[in-house]
Design a protein around this ligand. Structure first.
Ligand code: SF4
Length: 320
């Protein structure tokens, strides 16, 4: 369970991370089943990754989202950098990232990330961001700056981006597509029926169209999208989303269990069993995705480095 207050700034009076949720009634938190439990992070590799991230003043979604995989990922130097600050202008019901009005963009961030990627010797890196509805381009140019800085510092590193939806930001998606990341990821998160409740600031068909545009404008980029399950969706609805994703040409689907960050967040409807995740994987593969990762602890950046190699191999095999 995640704390409701942000004590990171060392303020005498900690600020609520989610002021918009403070007056909402508490939701009961279900006990996690055995297949969700993870060990506390204690390895030497974890400590080294933590030091690099904190010494450089970088933000990661691994920490901000209270990801359960942090021990495993950071042990292997696999951190997902979150750019454009630690404060999001949206207030999704599932997300643990702090909500509010963000500060100015750190103009040194691109070079700091480039140096961190080099220092960590990453073969593949994932870059995500908060939503920046306050910026005229939604932060698109900053994504480009970060991609270019990584290429300059570590030319062999492949780059995966996990972007916001750039809703009402004309030309923003095109700006980022032109920077030619190796993988363009944007999560649909849930089925369209649950958008108003779970992702009220977003629009399902806009998100789908964003990924379709990537394929139209540069088919060489892999496209990827993810769903959380356990929010009250039905199997039929998940299968419909898979069909919508395939119509938009999406290559890689990730499906993982939704975990409730606090009593103020959307409740877990149920824990989907490992067998049901396996069944989703079988169905999605039959629908034509190049790659599918569907397990309770799958997150969009989980095993992203190994999965990138699998994506390349799958494309090669299909083209052959
Ligand atoms: S799954 Fe992604 S967000 Fe979670 S710890 Fe690993 S890299 Fe970070």
């Amino acid at each position: 369970m995640t704390v409701l207050f942000d004590k990171s700034a060392g303020d005498a009076k900690p600020k609520p991370r989610h002021p918009e949720k403070a007056h909402k009634p508490d939701n009961a938190v279900l006990r996690k089943p055995s297949w969700i439990r993870v060990k506390a992070p204690t390895s030497k590799g974890y400590a080294e990754t933590r030091k690099i991230v904190h010494d450089k003043g970088l933000v990661t979604v691994c920490e901000e989202a209270a990801c359960p995989n942090i021990g495993e990922c950071w042990e292997k130097s696999h951190a997902t950098f979150m750019i454009l600050g630690d404060t999001c202008t949206r207030a999704c019901a599932f997300c643990n990232v702090k909500t509010g009005l963000p500060g100015p963009v750190d103009t040194e961030e691109a070079s700091k990330i480039g140096m961190a990627v080099k220092e960590m010797g990453l073969a593949h890196v994932v870059i995500t961001s908060v939503d920046r509805d306050d910026l005229s381009d939604g932060g698109a140019q900053h994504f480009v700056d970060v991609i270019q800085a990584i290429r300059a510092a570590s030319p062999k590193t492949t780059i995966e981006i996990l972007t916001p939806d750039f809703l009402r930001k004309d030309g923003a998606a095109e700006t980022v597509i032109k920077a030619r990341p190796d993988v363009f990821n944007h999560n649909l998160e849930t089925v369209p029926r649950l958008y108003l409740k779970i992702r009220p600031g977003a629009r399902y068909f806009h998100s789908l169209r964003l990924l379709e545009k990537v394929k139209e404008q540069d088919p060489s980029q892999f496209t990827k999208s993810g769903l959380m399950v356990g929010l009250g969706e039905t199997k039929e609805e998940v299968m419909q989303v898979m069909d919508d994703m395939r119509s938009a040409g999406i290559d890689f689907l990730t499906i993982g269990q939704y975990l409730q960050p606090s009593r103020k967040h959307a409740p877990v409807d149920r824990f989907v069993t490992p067998d049901e995740f396996k069944a989703y994987e079988t169905i999605a593969k039959a629908k034509g995705f190049l790659l599918v990762s569907s397990t309770p602890l799958t997150r969009s950046s989980y095993h992203a480095d190994a999965d990138f190699a699998k994506l390349q191999a799958a494309r090669k095999a299909r083209n052959a």
